[in-house]
Design a protein around this ligand. Structure first.
Ligand SMILES: Nc1ncnc2c1ncn2[C@@H]1O[C@H](COP(=O)(O)OP(=O)(O)O)[C@@H](O)[C@H]1O
Ligand SMILES: CC(=O)N[C@@H](CCC(=O)OP(=O)(O)O)C(=O)O
Length: 264
């Protein structure tokens, strides 16, 4: 077992879109001890900018169909606007953040999703060779906090759009070769809820074997289905602990009362 500890945190678009919540989250993130990597989404903001430019968002099972116009928009929003603002805010809170796409330092090489029933366009899928744990490790050893956005590349000039939950899971799996790694999905709710309209109905623990039943009875829906799938993949492939919970309750992580914990 590796004894170096690493926390990988993913933050979703609903929190990024609220400046007060984002500021509080970034303060709590900086206060977490030990090595850290931040992965951010921003789907909501990309959708809004697209609409204002006359490019309508098309989502299938939580994944954005990414034609060339949409790729331009998501590259500007994720790799530019959100990533650089987040880095500047982290610098102000005392984290020496470095903002990166998967093309920078060849940190995440993806494969364009093959066209089957649906053509997702410039969407990148990841496999066990996609993430360069060594390069991320060298940044951590230099005292930097990598801030990864949802833009990857194929190694042959093409940028690709990869779901941020998937990036967080794949980065956590790759880093678990070098570190005892925990993965924390932060969003606007307190965890996986028994009743999605009741914020106090948090399910404290979910076992892999319970996931199918939660899907079948409709307890988890929409974006929570791929999030849980990514969470359980991480647990299966060597990540020590995976949590899903509220961005503004991150300070509860140390006390063990944070959100929902995934169990093998
Ligand atoms: N049982 C559940 N508990 C909590 N959220 C749920 C549940 N089922 C569905 N959801 C939905 O999943 C969403 C989170 O997924 P997503 O929108 O992809 O988040 P993010 O953009 O933060 O990654 C929540 O905003 C909520 O509407
Ligand atoms: C292929 C794909 O779907 N990519 C996502 C990447 C951003 C993301 O994951 O943002 P959230 O975490 O805020 O949802 C998208 O463009 O919406």
């Amino acid at each position: 077992m590796n004894n170096k500890q690493l926390t990988i945190i993913k933050i979703g678009g609903n929190v990024i879109d609220n400046s007060a919540n984002l500021h509080q989250f970034l303060l709590d993130f900086t206060a977490l001890p030990g090595d850290k990597i931040l992965v951010h989404g921003g789907g909501k903001i990309a959708t809004e900018l697209g609409e204002s430019l006359g490019v309508e968002a098309k989502m299938v099972e939580g994944r954005r169909i990414t034609d060339i116009e949409t790729l331009r928009i998501v590259t500007m929003v994720y790799a530019g606007l959100i990533n650089k603002n987040m880095v500047a805010q982290l610098q102000a809170t005392g984290s020496n953040a470095i903002g990166l796409t998967g093309a920078d330092g060849n940190i995440i090489k993806a494969k364009k999703r093959p066209v089957k029933e649906i053509d997702y366009g410039f969407v990148g899928d990841l496999d066990e060779h996609s993430v360069s744990a060594e390069t991320l490790d060298s940044l951590l050893k230099a005292g930097l906090v990598p801030v990864l956005c949802a833009i990857t590349h194929d190694g042959d000039t093409q940028l690709l759009n990869t779901n941020a939950d998937t990036i967080a899971s794949s980065v956590a799996v790759a880093m678990s070769q070098l570190y005892e790694t925990r993965l924390v999905y932060c969003f606007e709710k307190k965890g996986v809820l028994k009743d999605v309209n009741d914020d106090d109905s948090v399910v404290r623990e979910i076992k892999t074997s319970e996931f199918e039943a939660l899907k079948a009875d409709g307890t988890v829906q929409g974006g929570m289905i791929p999030k849980l799938h990514n969470a359980f993949e991480a647990i299966k492939k060597g990540v020590s602990a995976v949590y899903i919970g509220k961005a503004n309750e991150l300070n509860e992580l140390a006390g063990g009362t944070f959100g929902t914990k995934m169990n093998p």
